[in-house]
Design a protein around this ligand. Structure first.
Ligand SMILES: CC(=O)SCCNC(=O)CCNC(=O)[C@H](O)C(C)(C)COP(=O)(O)OP(=O)(O)OC[C@H]1O[C@@H](n2cnc3c(N)ncnc32)[C@H](O)[C@@H]1OP(=O)(O)O
Ligand SMILES: O=CC(=O)O
Ligand SMILES: [Mg+2]
Length: 714
């Protein structure tokens, strides 16, 4: 469908989009429509050509790397020669002289506190609101409703499970906030006096071993909450003897509520499918509602209609009668798209224009509503706008982003460096030049982070012609991966990020396997990370426990100054050192094919950008564009090196398409891929694998966008 366009300052703007900007985004920001479009036109004049040149630079470097590997054939790996080569072509740049980031005013959730970071597709208002409200989470609900206490119950209420939850929560309290006598499990009453918390244990008064951990009392209806603090995070003991859980507890404790998602990334990138003006208005509209504070969503749950809105702040009364306000919402960050894609929403001279520039201008304009608030809860009390910038390749692209946002600030009348940037360390050229990347945005950087799925996709694509990569398990223990993780933390600390910015870790991609998460994700704070990504509010509540176990600031002090692992380790591709057994190859082929199809079919046919897709062992995995990139790049690499054939790929895709159809049989909106295998979803999956070596950096966006546009036109 051809959409109508409206002229604005030499631009052709989708008419609905122009209306959205002028009627919804700008009123209240102090920015006139004229200033906005003029600023936008200036942004394109100043940066669109450079954006294209940076993409061509990526392609040129990749061509040189491909040629180098092809010329060397099967010679043994030569780290020294490779490093010289990468330096000669400009892939590796000189390290900056020692420096410290100087990022201005940053909210404590980013600068000094350590805790979970929730990510959510902002296109889904119900989830987006839930993420914002996930600052506080019920520990009882998170444990009772997840697999942490064993298989998730399907029947009615289970008192034995409740008792187990209560006991586990008490054990947590004994660890993080112990009493000076007895256990929280034996408390028969909680109260507060001028000295703080008083617990009655065995008829005796007990106090917190650290009396300063008591913050105050929070009253909410029939609930009385005693708010405590440990490692910077709040914990509320909620007392209500009339509540069924409180009534069954000797102390009346009906819940332990944890401060959980300190921050939440509202994602316009890999977890959404947004390919045209209609989609982008949806994405920006929700972000706008979050920044204005008035986003609401009405939906059916459990047979009843409910309306979800943003939570308010919490007022806590201290023992001396004064009050303190605690944030009711996660600090919201917005992830823009990267530099790759262009969009038809705004055209110039008949050509599409960089989507990243549009995201920059629009998401920042929306956030001005938050900066201008004079009453009610505010997102950033530091007066900052937090933009997460993904998929940047090396310091020149980071420097480009810095200048783009400087232009946006000028165009929108903002003070320089109001916009803070989160640098995702998820492309190899960024990892290899990390200090220089941080240096390029040192005046506005608010995080670096690792653990990213995209990083593995880029690892495979960059060294596509070096040889066949090891299988998935081998990749988890690869030399480059450990070097990537360790170097990131140490380079971040060496750049003065402690106390000023986050050093983060990646996503827990098994949303239903939270018992396992509880076991292993403590490794993130242990490694010195002040935050790590979680896929849901429940996961955020459970991951918060880890920040009570580990004092991240102390851990960072221990790590500061430790030697940074050598760059050669990071640059060593994880190539198979011999033939991979055929049964493993075929199993991984099926697994990847199933993951790609299960994700892509919902993306292309239904516009769902993040899905839970069962793997071949029926473990539900979070799939987004980054996991899809890995699977496609794996198959492309094995195809390239003859481990699998095109016929085997086609066969696997067809068999797995039928399986995925079966898995989605209960969804009335679902369009089966079998038996014709000629719909846009199936074709997108095939494109991703068969053209995987030619896709820019192995990205999935070009194929997905093209096929989604086709599907929308059906
Ligand atoms: C590589 C990367 O780029 S990682 C970053 C991108 N990935 C993400 O952002 C993951 C975000 N997570 C999600 O989208 C979802 O959790 C999925 C797709 C993984 C699973 O979704 P579902 O199967 O619908 O989840 P499930 O049925 O277990 O839970 C749904 C409930 O949890 C809530 N929920 C689930 N995930 C989130 C989330 N990320 N934020 C807020 N709420 C969430 C929903 O609001 C819903 O609760 P409600 O009924 O009260 O509204
Ligand atoms: O963006 C996140 C990733 O894992 O990639
Ligand atoms: Mg990514």
């Amino acid at each position: 469908m051809t959409r109508s366009a409206t002229p604005r300052h030499g631009l052709e703007v989708d008419t609905d989009f122009a209306k959205f900007i002028e009627a919804q985004v700008l009123p209240g920001t102090g920015v006139t429509a004229d200033a906005f479009w003029q600023g936008y036109a200036g942004l394109l004049d100043g940066f669109a050509a450079e954006n294209a040149a940076l993409l061509e630079r990526r392609a040129e470097l990749q061509r040189q790397i491909d040629a180098w590997h092809k010329a060397r054939g099967n010679q043994p790996w030569d780290a020294a020669a490779y490093r010289v080569f990468l330096t000669e072509i400009g892939y590796l740049v000189a390290e900056p002289a020692p420096f410290a980031v100087a990022n201005g005013d940053i909210d404590p959730e980013i600068a000094t506190l350590a805790g979970p970071q929730l990510v959510v597709p902002v296109s889904n208002a119900r989830f987006a609101l839930n993420a914002a409200n996930a600052r506080w989470g019920s520990l009882y609900d998170a444990m009772y409703g997840s697999d942490v206490m064993g298989p998730v119950p399907s029947g009615g209420f289970d008192p034995a499970r409740r008792d187990a939850v209560v006991a586990k929560a008490a054990a947590f309290l004994d660890q993080a906030l112990p009493l000076d006598g007895g256990s929280h499990a034996d408390v028969t009453a909680y109260d507060a006096d001028a000295q703080g918390l008083v617990a009655t244990v065995g008829g005796q008064a007990a106090r917190l071993a650290d009396p300063a951990a008591f913050v105050g009392t929070h009253r909410d209806g029939a609930d009385t909450g005693y708010v405590l603090r440990h490692n910077g995070l709040h914990v509320e003991l909620v007392i209500n003897r009339d509540h069924p859980i409180g009534a069954a507890s000797a102390s009346g404790l009906r819940d332990v509520v944890l401060e959980a998602a300190l921050s939440a990334i509202q994602d316009c990138e890999d977890s959404v499918a947004a390919v045209d003006a209609e989609d982008k208005i949806g994405v920006y509209g929700n972000w706008l509602g979050l920044m204005k504070g008035d986003l609401a969503e009405t939906f059916e749950k459990g047979g009843t209609s409910m309306t979800r809105r943003l939570e308010g702040d919490r007022t806590v009364t201290r023992p001396d009668g004064s009050t303190v306000t605690l944030q009711g919402r996660a600090l919201l960050l917005v992830r823009n798209v990267g530099h790759l894609m262009t969009t038809d929403v705004i055209r110039k001279d008949g050509q599409s224009t960089p989507e990243g520039l549009m995201d920059a201008m629009v998401t920042v304009a929306c956030a001005i509503h938050d900066l201008k608030k004079t009453e009610g809860p505010r997102n950033s009390r530091a007066g900052a706008i937090y933009v997460v910038k993904p998929k940047m390749h090396g310091p020149e692209e980071a420097a480009f982003a810095d200048r783009v946002f400087a232009h946006v600030e000028t165009a929108l009348g903002l003070t320089p460096n109001t916009v803070k940037l989160g640098l995702m360390d998820e492309e190899r050229r960024t990892s290899a030049n990390l200090a220089a990347c941080i240096h390029a945005i040192r005046n506005r950087i608010f995080f670096i982070n690792t653990g990213f799925l995209d990083r593995t996709g880029d690892e495979i694509h960059t060294s596509m012609h070096a040889g066949a990569f090891v299988g998935r398990d081998g990749m988890k223990t690869a030399t480059w991966l450990k070097a990537y993780e360790d170097r990131n933390v140490l380079i971040g600390l060496a750049s003065g990020m402690r106390g000023r910015a986050q050093i983060g870790k990646g996503m827990w991609a098994k949303p239903d396997a939270l018992a396992e998460m509880l076991e292993v994700k403590v490794g993130h704070p242990k490694s010195g990370a002040s935050t790590a990504w979680v896929p849901s509010p429940t996961a955020a509540t459970l991951h918060a426990l880890h920040y009570h176990q580990i004092d991240v600031a102390a851990r960072q002090d221990e790590l500061q100054g430790q030697p940074i692992p050598d760059l050669d380790l990071l640059l060593t591709p994880a190539l198979a050192d011999g033939p991979i057994p055929q049964d493993q190859v075929l199993r991984e082929l099926d697994n990847s094919a199933q993951g790609i199809l299960g994700y892509v079919v919902r993306w292309v046919d239904q516009g769902i950008g993040c899905s839970k897709v069962p793997d071949i062992d029926d473990v539900q995995l979070m799939e987004d564009r980054a996991t899809c990139r890995i699977s496609a790049q794996y198959l492309a690499n094995w195809l390239e090196h003859g481990l699998i054939t095109e016929a085997q790929v086609e066969d696997a895709l067809r068999r797995m398409a039928a399986k995925v159809d079966g898995q989605n049989a209960g969804d009335p909106a679902y369009r089966p891929m079998a038996p014709d295998f000629d719909g846009p979803a199936f074709l997108a999956a095939r494109d991703l694998v068969l053209t995987g070596t030619q896709q820019p950096s192995g990205y999935t966006e070009p194929a997905l966008h093209a096929r989604r546009a086709e599907a929308k036109a059906i």
